[in-house]
Design a protein around this ligand. Sequence first.
Ligand code: GLC
Ligand code: MG
Length: 438
Amino acid sequence: MLLRRREASLLKTMDRLAGNARLMIVSDLDHTMVDHHDPENLSLLRFNALWESNYRNNSLLVFSTGRSPTLYKELRKEKPMLTPDITIMSVGTEITYGNCMIPDEGWVEFLNKKWDRNIVSEETSKFPELTLQSETEQRPHKVSFYVQKDKAQEIMKALSTSLEKRGLDVKIIYSGGMDLDILPQGAGKGQALAYLLKKFKAAGKLPHNTLVCGDSGNDAELFSIPDVHGVMVSNAQEELLQWHAANAKNNSKIIHATERCAAGIIQAIGHFKLGPSTSPRDVMDLSDTKMENFDPAYEVVKFYLFYERWRRAEVEHSEHYLANLKSVCCPSGTFVHPSGIEKLLRDCVNSLKTCYGDKQGKQFRVWVDQVLPAQVGSDSWLVIFKKWEQSGEVRQCCLTTVLLSSKDVSVAQGLTWVHVHQTWLDGAGPNSHTTWLF
Ligand code: GLC
Ligand code: MG
């Protein structure tokens, strides 16, 4: 039963794609995808828009973090992060699939070999230099401490000898100049990726390209997996750069970006020519973006970006934009607001007039997650996604469905909005103080 459930969730992840993934990004989170020194989260939001408009539908996003599930969920609440297809947590000791984070039980079984966390606890208690990390970070296949930088090498050596004597085969990793993790030898971010690649290969679904992204010691082994491209973000830690200098200096598939965090990931996509690398957030006049082929996902990303810029007064206050928008709304098209009220789409566009610049100089961001278009007729697409809006401290999400049609040939961009329907998600509701317009 377990086996069936596990295989089903991996297959479901792969089956979302018609063929092999165009790109699989495997990224660390803290100081790689997420920049803790960027309160505006701009590079993350730029990455999000690029991923949702060009890759979500044909590629795989994998987050690989040192955090436990508890701390990972906390980070998701703090930062505008996308939902990955696969989540690898606790330094490659826990692999889960999809939205519901269904665990890979096979990986757990594999890690049980030559591992006994009680012996690890016993032996480590003999080292007063080791300070235990919080309870949430102690996991079935991971025991974590803090240790001073200048003591780390010496302690790691001594620990390794004493655990070996007790019959264990472990891996000791030092990260961020302070964290020391003890894992089973077969675990780690690199091994977890190798395990996934093996499964993809067996199913004939190996991604065309894989890009690994990291900044610290526990990411090093990601860069040693054969055939992957790699980016060490500009702000990478000394321990990763040293590992690279000693082990992978001549590998032209690995770069040290000149950009920080998610901006470094975008830079690497461009450098290795893995696909489009211009984020819609870097295109100021989106109304003039001419696509060779119209693209339902791009259409959705573009619209919500305009909506954010309109309310932040980052686009010109011109009737021209609203007239354009109205021209792509089907005359009888409706919008079902999450409160249940139904309005004509064109009336909703009219109501945008009064809110130009109402978020100027304020914290206000809009982003979309899991934008998945499905062609439902010869000239129609149903796009389902999560629309997020953050206004100051308040963050809300709506499951949104948009019906688009390419029937009306007079529309320059090719697509007409026929219907929009939203439902509150994540406990948000009609009592909110913010104005939810789209
Ligand atoms: C994350 C984890 C921590 C671990 C560190 C380095 O910060 O929360 O337990 O030691 O990553 O891998
Ligand atoms: Mg990191």
